[in-house]
Every structure is written in C-alpha cells, then in structure tokens.
Design a protein around this ligand. Structure first.
Ligand code: ADP
Ligand code: F6P
Length: 319
C-alpha cells in the first residue's frame, strides 16, 4: 500500500471533515501518499483527484459539511461506471480507498473492492440507520440540533398552550426522533418502527391537558407522514390549536459535537490502520465504546434493531 484516497458520498453529515482529517493525517504518519477525491463517486469518474497534505486538512475539524463535497452518482451503479472508476484510480496509483457515507456508498465500495481496489467504509450519516454500529458520524450533532429546536418550540407552545408537531429526518429510521424526543421531554414520539394510531394519540393529548400539561410536543419521524397533515388532524379531533414545524436540512449542518469529532477521528484512524494491514472490503463501527471493523456484506446484513428500552422509558417519563 503506497497511495490511498478518501471520498465522501451520499448525504453529508457533521463530522465528515473530522474523518477526512483523520484519514489524511494518519496516512501521512504512515508515509503513505494521500489523495482527496471531490464529489464522491461522481468526482471520481471525472478524475477530480488531488494530493493532500497535513495543511490541506487544517481548520476543518470544527466545520460541518464536507470539504471534499459530496454527490450521488447513477453511473457508478453500472459495471461500466465502476470499471472506469477502477481505471482512474489506477492512473493515480491509488491502491486503497476510504469511503465515508451510508449503506448505498458502502455497496459501491464493496463492488469496487471486487475489481481490486482495497476499500474501507466509514459510517457517515445523520440517520444512525446502520445497525452494525451503535452510532454513525453526524447523528450526535443532528440530535443536538433537533434538541435545540425542541427547547425553543417548547417555549412558544407553552405560552400559547398549543400542540406542536416537530418533523425530523431519518429516512426509515426513527433514531433521530427517539433520542431527541426523549432528551427534549416530548409527550409523544412517532417512529416508523412502531407506527401509531391517530385516535390514541389525540386521546393522550386531551388526557394530558386534563392533567394540567401546558403544551404537547410530538416528535414525528419522516417516513411516517407529514407534520402539517398530522397537526391539522389533531386540531380537527381535539379542538386544540396545533402547529407543525419541519426541521429539514438544518439537521444536516452545523459544527460537529465533541462526540462526533471524537468518533470520526477514531474511525478515520482505524480505516487507515486497516488499509495498511492489507485489509479490504470492511467497514468501521463502534460497539460498546470500542472501535470495531466488519466485512461490508456482513455489516449490511445486520438486521435493524429498534431501541425498545429507550422508547419505553420515553413513554413512561412523558406521562
Ligand atoms: P448513502 O451512501 O448515504 O446511503 P446513497 O444511497 O444515495 O447514499 O448512495 C450514494 C452513492 O453510492 C450513489 O449515488 C451511488 O453512486 C453509490 N451506490 C449506491 N448504491 C449502490 C449500488 N447498489 N451499487 C453501486 N453503487 C451504489
Ligand atoms: O440520509 C440523510 C438524509 O438527511 C435523510 O434523513 C433524508 O431523508 C435524506 O437524507 C434527504 O436527502 P436529500 O439530501 O436528497 O434532501
């Protein structure tokens, strides 16, 4: 292994920059040449590759987004596209590639490794939807951003004695809603893993009001209906005023939290260690506080597990 490269792919996540910095500096520490690839697989196919040094990753650990930019690329999903990517990597003498992204990006990395490029995946997504790892890079920052919004919405909801429906991201995974909802003291957390019944929800709201609750905060994960629609339904059924807030892409930005910076730094370090040990087709994760690695196919086959315990705690405490 003499030359390695790093790219970010799919949706961006706070902490991706800290991971890039860790890959670059660990690689240089091991006397490897390190290349950055811009705009994910799309930039790779366009030959957007440049050499990185220690200074090229200075002043980025605290920044959200990704200095390498990111993209989604249909061409890379084709065999011809990946063959082209392989040839370009060989032109730049790249033997190892670190891919920072989600499950789609990992599938691409796995197929590329079959062509002869050593690949290592780092979980970069705010969704926390990769079950082989306890946490993904960006999740902690995203839930703290949501928490800040919940705190603010609580103020105004209390003043007006309103119901507030807060829609958060997560694709098909309810973790952002679950963690931020529990931490924010939400009255109800609605996630795709559990589903919900509108009548039961409205009854809970009315009973809460009878017990003297001054507001009713509902954190709703995307993928199970929209906040606007639900707020209207709640007004219709309960007669209470309800407002909807869709937090949207605010959740993807911002300076990464301490947790995300440390996670990204440890994972980036591990990725280069694996490449320099001649490993390929693996992803890095964290389990019980320990950094681990796993075969990409095995990692992607780990079944999704919803944290029932947290959900139960949230329900008990919100009464
Ligand atoms: P994420 O990595 O966050 O899950 P996407 O699913 O959009 O995001 O995937 C990012 C990119 O990874 C895609 O645009 C594509 O270039 C590549 N990719 C996704 N799925 C595959 C696949 N099955 N085979 C090859 N490449 C893929
Ligand atoms: O995967 C991260 C994520 O932010 C999801 O939570 C959301 O559903 C999706 O990406 C939004 O994607 P886009 O960047 O295309 O708007």
């Amino acid at each position: 292994m003499r030359t390695i490269a790093v790219l970010t792919s799919g949706g961006d996540a706070p902490g991706m920059n800290a991971a890039i910095r860790a890959v670059v500096r660990t690689g240089l520490d091991k006397d490897l040449e390190v290349m950055g690839i811009q705009r994910g697989y799309s930039g790779l196919l366009n030959g957007e590759i440049f050499r990185m040094d220690r200074r090229s990753v200075a002043d980025i650990i605290q920044r959200g987004g990704t200095m390498l930019r990111t993209a989604r690329c249909e061409e890379f999903k084709t065999e011809a596209g990946r063959k082209k990517a392989y040839n370009i990597l060989k032109t730049f003498r790249v033997d190892g590639l670190v891919v920072i992204g989600g499950d789609g990006s990992f599938r691409g990395a796995q197929l590329l490794s079959k062509l002869g490029i050593a690949t290592i995946g780092l979980p970069g997504t705010i969704d926390n939807d990769l079950p082989y790892t306890d946490y993904t890079i960006g999740f902690d920052t995203a839930i703290n951003t949501v928490l800040d919004a919940i705190n603010k919405l609580r103020d105004t909801s209390t003043s007006h004695e309103r119901v507030s429906v807060i829609e958060v991201m997560g694709r098909n995974c309810g973790d952002i809603a679950l963690y931020s909802g529990l931490a924010g003291g939400a009255e109800s957390i609605i996630v795709p893993e559990k589903g919900y019944d509108q009548n039961t929800l409205c009854r809970t709201i009315l009973e809460g009001k009878m017990r003297g609750k001054m507001h009713n905060l509902i954190v709703l994960a995307e993928g199970i209906g929209g906040a606007e629609e639900l707020a209207k339904k709640i007004e219709e059924i309960t007669g209470m005023e309800a407002r909807a807030t869709k937090l949207g892409h605010i959740q993807r930005g911002g300076s990464p939290t301490c947790m995300d910076r440390i996670l990204a730094s440890r994972m980036g370090y591990k990725a280069v260690e694996l490449l320099s040990q001649g490993k390929s087709s693996r992803v890095v994760g964290i389990n019980g506080g320990k950094i681990v690695d796993m075969d990409i196919d095995e990692a992607l086959a780990v079944p999704r597990k919803f944290n029932v315990e947290l959900y139960k705690v949230a329900n008990v405490l919100s009464y």
